[in-house]
Design a binder for this molecule. Structure first.
Ligand SMILES: [Zn+2]
Length: 414
C-alpha cells in the first residue's frame, strides 16, 4: 500500500517567510471574437434592474438538509466516493500543481470558432516552465472523473442528456458542436472536462496534505447537479466538496468565488447546506442572472461593470474580513477566474494584471494566516492574455513564499 505522500505536512508552515516582491505583468491584448458577448448582451437586455450591493449575508435554512434525500441515496453517494480512484497518493517528487495535456480542447478547428482560448491551461504551464518556476516532471496528472464519480452529484438523467450533441453545444456555446456525432463530442469536449474535474477533486486531497493545491483548470461554477451552462458541463466544485466531506473528514468548507460571474452552480447545490459558506464577488450585470441562486450566497459582493482595481481590492479586503468573522472553514475552494481582467468582454470589470496578482495573494494570505488548506481553480477568463496573467500571478505567489514549486522530496534531501 503506498504511503501518504507527506504524512503530517498538513499545514502551510513548511513554506519560507513572506517576502515583499511584486510581480511583473504583461499588457492586455485585444479580444476579437465577441459572439458570446453579443449573446450575453441579449440575455442582459432581457433581464434588467439588478442592484449594486454592499456585502450582505443570507441565512440558510438547513432544517431539511438531510430530509430532502433518503438515507439510501446518501449511503450510495458515500460508497461511490469511498470506492473512487480519483484520490491517489502522488509521488514525493511532485508539487501540488495539477494539469494534464488532455485539459486542452483542440478539435477540427472548432476551438477557433469560440471566443475562448481553449488551450489556456497548457499555456499557463508552459509559461511557468519557461520562467524556470516549474519542472514539467513535478506536475501531477489527475485521473478522469468516471461516470460513477460524476453520479456522486449528477443524476443519471443529466449525464444521459450529455449524450445529445445539441445539449452539449448549448452548454459550451459552440453551435457547430450540435451536428457532430456524440462520440466525437465526448472524446474531444467532454473528456477534457472530465479530466479537469478529476483534477479539482484530487486538489482537495493535496491541499489537505500540503496546505495548498492549484488545479490548472476546473472551476465550472455554472454547473449544478441538474443543469450545465456557461461552458460548464460538470459540477466539479460540488464534487470536490462532497469528496472532501467523506475522504478528508472535513465538515466546513468556504467557497471564495472571485470569477467575474456569479457561481450559481455550487450555490444551488449547497443552497440548504450549512457546512458550506459561500463568498461570491461578481458582476451582477452579466450572465447568469440567477436570482434564485443569489439567495443562497452567504456573503454577496456585487461589483458593477467598470469597477477598477483599487476599488475591487478594497471590497475584497472587506469581504475577507467579514468571512473570517462569520465562518471557520477547514478547507477553502478559491475559484480564481480571470475574466475580471480589464478588457475582458465577458466580465466587464477593469482589474489590471497586477491587480489579479494582488487579489490571488490576498486569498492565499487569508488561508495561510489561518492555516486552512486552499484549493485554487482557474475558472473563467479566456482572453489570449489570460494564461500569462495567471502564470505571472502564480509566480508572484511563489516569490512571496505563499507556495513553493520545489518538490518536498528535494527539500527533505537538502
Ligand atoms: Zn466567469
Amino acid at each position: 500500500m503506498p504511503q501518504p505522500r507527506h504524512g503530517t505536512y498538513t499545514t502551510w508552515q513548511f513554506l519560507a517567510p513572506i517576502q515583499n516582491n511584486s510581480a511583473a505583468s504583461p499588457p492586455i491584448k485585444s479580444f476579437a471574437n465577441l459572439h458570446l458577448l453579443h449573446l450575453l448582451q441579449s440575455i442582459n437586455n432581457a433581464f434588467s434592474g439588478t442592484t449594486m450591493g454592499t456585502p450582505s449575508s443570507t441565512n440558510r435554512d438547513s432544517s431539511n438538509a438531510t430530509t430532502s434525500e433518503s438515507g439510501g441515496v446518501e449511503s450510495e453517494r458515500r460508497n461511490r466516493i469511498l470506492s473512487s480512484k480519483l484520490y491517489f497518493d502522488v509521488h514525493a517528487s511532485k508539487v501540488p500543481l495539477i494539469y494534464s495535456s488532455s485539459y486542452d480542447i483542440a478539435f477540427l478547428g472548432i476551438e477557433k470558432m469560440h471566443p475562448f482560448d481553449s488551450s489556456k491551461w497548457g499555456r499557463i504551464c508552459r509559461f511557468l516552465i519557461a520562467e524556470g518556476l516549474l519542472d514539467k516532471k513535478h506536475i501531477v496528472e489527475p485521473l478522469e472523473a468516471k461516470k460513477e464519480d460524476l453520479l456522486v452529484v449528477h443524476s443519471e438523467s443529466y449525464l444521459d442528456s450529455l449524450k445529445s450533441s445539441s445539449i452539449v453545444s448549448t452548454i459550451v456555446e459552440v453551435p457547430p458542436v450540435a451536428v457532430l456525432p456524440n462520440c466525437l463530442v465526448d472524446k474531444h469536449v467532454l473528456y477534457p472536462f472530465r479530466k479537469q474535474v478529476g483534477g479539482t477533486i484530487l486538489a482537495a486531497k493535496l491541499a489537505k496534505e500540503q496546505g495548498w493545491a492549484i488545479n490548472v483548470g476546473g472551476g465550472f461554477h455554472h454547473c449544478s447537479a441538474e443543469k450545465g451552462g456557461g461552458f460548464c458541463a460538470y459540477a466539479d466544485i460540488t464534487l470536490c466538496i462532497y469528496f472532501a466531506f467523506v475522504r478528508l473528514n472535513i465538515s466546513r468548507v468556504m467557497i471564495i468565488d472571485l470569477d467575474a460571474h456569479q457561481g450559481n452552480g455550487h450555490e444551488k447545490d449547497f443552497s440548504d447546506d450549512r457546512r458550506v459558506y459561500i463568498l461570491d464577488m461578481y458582476n451582477p450585470d452579466i450572465y447568469p442572472f440567477d436570482y434564485e441562486a443569489r439567495r443562497y450566497i452567504n456573503q454577496k459582493v456585487e461589483v458593477a461593470s467598470g469597477t477598477t482595481t483599487s476599488e475591487y481590492l478594497s471590497r475584497l479586503d472587506g469581504a475577507l474580513k467579514v468571512a473570517a468573522g462569520a465562518f471557520d472553514p477547514e478547507l477553502i475552494i478559491y475559484n480564481a477566474g480571470t475574466d475580471v481582467l480589464d478588457g475582458d468582454p465577458l466580465g466587464r470589470l477593469k482589474i489590471s494584471p497586477n491587480g489579479i496578482a494582488a487579489r490571488d495573494e490576498k486569498v492565499f494570505m487569508f488561508a495561510r494566516e489561518r492555516d486552512i488548506p486552499l484549493v485554487m481553480l482557474t475558472s473563467g477568463g479566456y482572453m489570449k492574455s489570460s494564461a500569462k496573467v495567471i502564470a505571472d500571478s502564480i509566480t508572484n505567489l511563489a516569490k512571496k513564499s505563499l507556495i513553493s514549486m520545489e518538490s518536498v522530496q528535494d527539500i527533505t534531501i537538502t
